[in-house]
Design a protein. Structure first.
Length: 237
């Protein structure tokens, strides 16, 4: 693994240096590389090939650009804890290990049960999934039908409530609440022989054609002044 360092002088990349590098093992502080020479890459960059690098270890690194540089720019420091290559290699290694484990498990399963048995198990699982989907669809259809039936019943009840409301208003009219009688007819003895009776849902509409909830025809035949033989009241609308 190559370790790189970048050196500047007064902020400008500097070439022609002879840097050295020290590397310590963080776990025991031991010095693994002591002032080894680094080679120049260019544009102020230098490198060292750390051939004994172990991705499972942590290192502390110090690079010395030499006495030609001011103290503020002479040294660079680093470590390997966050090297992306280490992370990628480690992740790839774990993934390869997991694949190998799965392959061995599948091989063992085939060896034990046979490929035909495994295919049969897959078919059974597919059948169970299809059955579950069909069952869910049936349940969904049942719920929809129940909702539709409930809606129908609600509409029927609403219509019945309207009828009941009209009947109540009509009863109130027949007890002479919001009643209007007109179109009277009289006989020679001045007896009322017929008339029209209307009942209303709104007292403000009495006597008009608005809010009429029932119209009745009254018939009352008479035989003598001030006497009628019957009284008939028939709903006409």
């Amino acid at each position: 693994m190559y370790i790189t360092a970048f050196f500047t002088s007064s902020g400008v990349p500097i070439t022609g240096l002879s840097p050295t590098i020290r590397i310590r093992d963080v776990s025991d502080n031991s010095l693994l590389v002591t002032d080894a020479a680094m080679s120049e890459i260019g544009d102020g960059n230098y490198k060292y090939n750390f051939i004994t690098y172990d991705l499972h270890k942590d290192y502390a690194i110090r690079c010395d650009g030499g006495a030609l540089l001011p103290d503020s720019e002479r040294y660079t420091y680093g470590g390997n804890e966050n090297y992306i290559e280490d992370i990628e290699n480690s992740t790839l290694s774990d993934q390869i290990s997991a694949v190998n484990t799965n392959v061995l498990s599948l091989s063992a399963s085939i060896a034990t049960s046979g490929s035909e048995a495994i295919l049969n198990e897959i078919d059974d699982l597919s059948t169970q999934i299809d059955s579950l989907s069909a069952s869910n669809q049936i349940n969904f259809d049942t719920v929809n039908n129940n909702i539709s039936e409930v809606n129908t019943n609600v509409l029927a009840v609403s219509a019945s409530l309207v009828d009941v409301s009209d009947d109540i208003k009509r009863l109130l009219g027949l007890t002479h609440e919001n009643v209007f009688i007109d179109n009277p007819s009289y006989d020679s003895d001045c007896n009322l022989t017929s008339a029209r009776l209307r009942i209303y849902s709104n007292p403000a509409s009495v006597g008009t054609t608005n809010d009429v909830i029932g119209t009745y025809q009254i018939t009352a035949p008479s035989t003598a002044p001030g006497q009628f033989t019957s009284w008939k009241q028939v709903r006409t609308s």
